[in-house]
Write a protein that binds this ligand. Structure first.
Ligand code: ADP
Ligand code: MG
Length: 473
């Protein structure tokens, strides 16, 4: 019997191997153990429920095909799932799940009642776990205003009863520097202090989440990666727009999301636009984002800007005359990060020239900051920023290459050089491998055309613009 089942499974693996990539094969099929073959039913052991679901979702047809070939149409596949109850002394429990009825979703449903929660795997030492929260980002330091009232109070409610309110997931969205990260971290910090560190709170940027996942794929430990995330009580995922177009990462997040949500765990996310406008995301993820509450952060109005400045200087133990506070609040209306940046420059400037902060100095500082932008954004810097954005080399931008992947970044860099520096067309052309002024004009027109006709391209231009403007801070 034993050899039969091993042999049948080996034959199945042959077929599977021919149909999936090496990495997927190693990740999802190598860890499987064939257990028995009885009554034309092959039972295979998989390491976790998560694993089983992933197989059912991604490889159900392939498995069916393999079973058909080996055991015929009547052949069946059963899964035995290892359920580790976190108790080292006991052997893992295995739970059988029948696979391959006509509809895989029925199988999942039917089996759900019968097993113990498989996601209490290893006992994590919560007290030693770093939640990745900045302790300064609290509700105390977060100034309330009309621009953030709904998001703030929803966040506050979530912090009191994570996973219990209907605000699950809580999705906070808004432009750069408007306080998304601050607010969601405030929620995390509040939960930690309310629950005496008894809840496992984790803050992670979507970029980090993606990189961890890629590493897990590379190192064949997707299991550990998912096990880790499935144990979290409060998951804070920042900047989910970063997951756009990253299919595999979205899939794993989808699973993590489902499990956490089903087990009453809290999910908090931020995004730079509303879920409706998120591009490159799977529909099923988007629809889940809308299950809870979506709240936006808007640009702070004048009064809130004054309150924020006052709060910052108070916390820093500095005094600044009222007319200066008003002047700053009046002049900087873009976002809070910028407001903070200017405030820091002003304080630095005052201590440098050993002068008290007054209106005159504030005006001078603001002028300096504006002046700095022009001085700092040179052609070199633009080339570097654009090259980084498109993931090409600066040397390629300056080269003669006519490859499309190079031509567009080159044109974009020319476009910004004309827009943001005072150099003549001739000088700009010179910096791009000695091209003449008509090439630069042509680049300007192409870029303008593409901005008109291609919304993705337009977004890229906006992104680069933001990066170039960050030099202000
Ligand atoms: P985002 O994540 O939306 O880009 P951040 O949360 O990083 O923005 O906020 C930018 C800066 O502004 C941070 O230093 C943050 O502490 C501060 N900030 C944002 N909103 C507020 C607020 N309502 N009150 C006080 N400081 C704020
Ligand atoms: Mg942020």
């Amino acid at each position: 019997m034993q050899t039969d089942c091993q042999e049948v499974w080996n034959n199945c693996l042959q077929l599977i191997k021919e149909n999936v990539g090496q990495q997927s094969f190693n990740t999802w099929f190598v860890p499987i153990r064939p257990l028995k073959l009885e009554n034309n039913i092959l039972t295979i052991q998989v390491p976790s429920q998560f694993f089983y679901e992933w197989l059912e979702e991604h490889y159900v047809h392939l498995l069916r095909q393999a079973i058909d070939k080996e055991l015929g149409k009547e052949g069946r596949l059963e899964y035995s799932i290892i359920v580790d109850r976190g108790d080292e002394r006991h052997q893992p429990l295995t739970v059988n799940v029948r696979g391959h009825k006509n509809d895989a979703s029925h199988v999942v449903q039917a089996s759900r009642e019968s097993y113990v929660d498989p996601f209490r795997m290893r006992n994590l030492d919560l007290s030693r776990l770093d939640s990745q929260l900045n302790p300064k980002n609290t509700f105390e330091t977060f100034v309330e205003g009309d621009c953030n009232r709904l998001a703030r109070s929803a966040g506050y409610a979530v912090a009191q009863k994570p996973g219990v309110t209907s605000f699950n997931p809580l999705m906070v969205y808004g432009g750069v520097g408007l306080g998304k990260t601050h607010l969601v971290q405030a929620i995390g910090n509040e939960i930690k202090s309310l629950y005496n560190d008894q809840k496992f709170v984790l803050y992670v940027s979507s970029e980090k989440f993606t990189n961890q996942f890629i590493d897990a794929l590379k190192n064949n430990n997707v299991q550990e990666f998912s096990n880790f995330y499935l144990q979290i009580d409060v998951l804070i995922l920042d900047d989910v727009q970063f997951l756009a177009g990253k299919e595999k990462t979205q899939e794993i997040f989808f699973h993590v999301f489902n499990h956490l949500h089903q087990s009453g765990k809290q999910i908090i996310m931020t995004s730079d636009c509303s879920p409706r406008d998120l591009k490159g995301m799977q529909e099923r993820l988007l629809s889940r984002f809308k299950w809870g509450l979506t709240a936006d952060l808007q640009q702070p109005d004048y009064e809130t800007r004054v309150a924020i400045i006052e709060k910052k200087i108070q916390d820093d133990g500095i005094s600044i005359p009222g007319d200066v506070v008003e002047y700053l609040a009046y002049s900087i209306d873009t976002n809070i990060r910028e407001l903070e940046g200017v405030l820091i420059s002003l304080i630095a400037h005052a201590s440098l020239v050993r002068q008290d902060i007054n209106l005159e100095l504030a005006k001078q500082t603001l002028k300096n900051i504006v002046h700095d932008i022009d001085a700092e954004v040179g052609i070199d810097y633009i080339q570097k920023t654009v090259a980084e954005y498109f993931k090409v080399e600066v040397s390629e931008i300056k080269s003669k290459s006519r490859k499309k992947e190079i031509v567009i970044p080159r044109q974009v860099a020319m476009y910004f050089s004309k827009l943001y520096t005072n150099h003549s067309l001739k000088v700009i052309g010179y910096h791009f491998g000695g091209r003449d002024h008509s090439t630069v004009i042509h680049a300007m027109h192409s870029v303008e055309d593409m901005i008109e006709t291609d919304s993705r391209f337009k977004n890229s231009i906006e992104e680069i613009k933001k990066k170039l403007k960050m030099r202000r801070g």
